[in-house]
Design a protein around this ligand. Structure first.
Ligand code: ATP
Ligand code: ZN
Length: 295
């Protein structure tokens, strides 16, 4: 019996593509070489990637052209505001990359300082649905000027009074003499699918993929710590280790006064953590990345 292949919509090129391909690689997906511009076949799983623009991913998933998709929450929510047909999409998993914020911004030397100043004004944005809804909920009526890109130039050239655009570092705003005064939406990449899935022939593959993605996400933060500690200070060392419940304590050959401690830390390990470990007597401290995890 042939297994039904799962089609996953992924951005063809851009920030989501970079993070998405990295995630798939770490999840053990091996892509076959192919000339097809639209479909890339996985050689070790019943999975095909459909390479499209990120803005098209919600409708491709909603119509069933793709079973699942990787898209920014910003694009997903904007799509839901625009079309009732897309309201049946759900987030299966947050993927922890392509983090950004949708922010309202205006000229530093202008007279817009808060969202109330936007009443009766124009706002240039690629996200009119999200922006309008946010402002209306707060009793502000502004006119949306939809732009496909280069939104940051709008105030300078007189296209709009303010903008609502994606920001990560703020360098683009700065370079254009703008300042952000309100965050409308916080976004990251998510895995989506239709919420109504009657009989799902790709269920098994989907579950396997989700489990592997979860493993990759968990292992990004998680570290493996190895150290030697004075036998009588084990409890103090343990108290300093971030996010571990049961470290392994093993004897060190030829040393009664020292034990080896191995622990999986689910929280970030900072330099200050190492300094605190050293202060309570730990030595030969090693912090290692974890490549794969499964509970
Ligand atoms: P296309 O429409 O051709 O697929 P795009 O220009 O929309 O490409 P990107 O600029 O790669 O594509 O943005 C894709 C997504 O990445 C955005 O919708 C958003 O979720 C996220 N993103 C955008 N800007 C940033 C940023 N500065 N930092 C991190 N993530 C971002
Ligand atoms: Zn796009």
């Amino acid at each position: 019996m042939s297994v039904e292949r799962l089609t996953l919509g992924v951005q063809k090129k851009g920030r989501l593509a970079d993070g998405g391909f990295e995630l798939l690689k770490r999840a053990g997906v091996k892509l076959a070489y192919g000339r097809d511009q639209l479909l890339r076949r996985a050689e070790n799983l019943p999975l095909d990637l459909m390479l499209i623009r990120d803005d098209d991913i919600p409708s491709f998933v909603a119509t069933g052209a793709c079973d699942y998709g990787i898209v920014g929450e910003n694009v997903l929510h904007e799509a839901k505001h625009r079309s009732a047909r897309l309201s049946g999409l759900e987030v299966v998993l947050k993927l922890g990359f392509a983090r950004c914020r949708l922010k309202l911004a205006a000229a530093k030397d202008g007279n817009i300082r808060t969202i109330d100043d936007l009443n009766g004004r124009t706002v240039a944005t690629s996200y009119p649905g999200l922006t309008q809804a946010y402002l209306r909920e707060r009793g502000v009526e502004a006119e949306m000027v939809e732009m496909g890109g280069s939104v940051e130039v709008a105030p300078k050239v007189g296209v709009a009074d303010a903008i609502c655009d994606l920001v990560s570092t703020g360098a683009t705003l700065e370079a254009n003499g703008l300042f952000a005064f309100e965050t409308v939406f916080e976004s990251e990449a998510v895995l989506i699918r239709r919420s109504e899935r009657a009989e799902d022939p790709v269920e098994d593959t989907a579950q396997l993929l989700v489990q592997r993605f979860e493993g990759v996400i968990a292992s990004r933060q998680t570290k493996y710590i190895l150290l030697n500690a004075p036998t009588d200070r084990i409890e103090e060392v343990r108290a300093v280790l971030p996010g571990t419940d049961a470290p392994t304590v093993a004897p060190v050959v030829g040393r009664e006064d020292v034990v080896a401690v191995h622990a999986v830390c689910t929280e970030e390990v900072f330099w200050s953590t190492l300094e605190r470990l050293k202060a309570v007597g730990a030595r030969s401290i090693l912090v290692m990345p974890i490549e794969k995890m499964m509970a």
